[in-house]
Design a protein around this ligand. Sequence first.
Ligand SMILES: *Cc1c(COP(=O)(O)O)cnc(C)c1O
Length: 479
Amino acid sequence: MSSPNAESTAFRSALEVIRAVEPRVAGAIAAELADQRESLKLIASENYASPATLLAMGNWFSDKYAEGTVGRRFYAGCQNVDTVEALAAEHARELFGAAHAYVQPHSGIDANLVAFWAVLADRVEAPALRRAQARQVNDLTEADWFALRRELGNQRMLGMSLDAGGHLTHGFRPNISGKMFDQRSYGTDPVTGLIDYDKVAEIAREFKPLILVGGYSAYPRKVNFRILREIADSVGATFMVDMAHFAGLVAGKVFTGDFDPVPHAHIVTTTTHKSLRGPRGGMVLCQPELAEQVDRGCPMVLGGPLPHVMAAKAVALAEARRPDFADYAQRIVANAQALAEGLVRRGARLVTGGTDNHLAIIDVTSYGLTGRQAEQALLDSGIVTNRNSVPQDPNGAWYTSGIRIGTPALTTRGLGTGEMDTIAELIHTVLSRTTAGANPDGTASKAKYALDPAVADKVSRQASELLTGFPLYPNVDLT
Ligand SMILES: *Cc1c(COP(=O)(O)O)cnc(C)c1O
């Protein structure tokens, strides 16, 4: 550990230097810390990176171009970038037991694009592609290029449906993946809310996808990756897992055996800033046969890497290899379960009835609300969440019928299962005291709501009192 003083001095000095150039930026940075300290953050995809991780991003690495890979750059003078990229990749391989790690993707979306390209390049039988990869690009005719585009553009992807908790990048229309691929989805069982693996197998047999995608942003249960791999193998699909949300639980060995995607998937993508608690960024892990294609991420999909973020990834991954990270991961799940149980005990309806990971989805139609109304009412009461679809959502993707809550951030702050029960009480109070509003023509509004300001104020006060016992960045004093 660095001395407490060092952290305050570092951030205070940084702000002083920024303030001299554009004081409004320094002000916004300081205000952001103050806001984060005061808000009860239950956003399942957010966390608080360590001071060391944050500081590793603010330096001269930001000035470097480093297209290429370690030891093979298109720019001179990359020896120090090589050091941090190699370190981040080594920590990632060791942490996850992966054969290969590519740490350049700038975000989760970018990591998925890198993975899609790697699988297409590996799997699509287009002679023109082989020649292009063999650097015989100049020999290709217009007809070759036409054939290549047609082959690449006609591939199939099977992923989890959006309303069941899948991600936009798994082949959905608003994302490029939905335009690149012919996509089908698997959902969850309408009664249990769980993935029905027999149904996945049935769709896969019929659809014969090139890529089967596992992973989610809003599914509150473990996923059996061994079974999904068997399904992929049975139809000759490449099995990809996007562990953006739960990478921290894999790193912390909460998800092991059938529930650890790394030994089962051909290729695994992730963000580094969610439960993994690193800098905002992405990463790809893969089996050796895909390594060469994955390393073509830049320049195929990505521009120059972000060496300052790779430095921060190396720091955060080193932190995740320490024994206390496993303890952190266990506490994330214990907290999510305590929060879920507290809500269920008070009468809330949860998708699947509970959780065995870091998140839960409250079906707020049981309170007579849409997700949007519930999200706003909670925000008025000092509780930060996000609205989310529930399976077969009657209110669509904008208003939704759910609230997603997650515990990685509050667990980092040190809150435990006792506090989670208090939070369940606060959430239940707000939702049960909020009523849906009406449109001028008398029909039910999906956005308007009414909540007694006295209730919102009281809950806000209780939420901030709860947080005072758990200071955020306790060693950072900007005053
Ligand atoms: C968050 C998320 C992403 C996207 O990550 P960004 O860094 O925001 O691009 C991709 N896939 C899944 C499953 C996610 O949850």
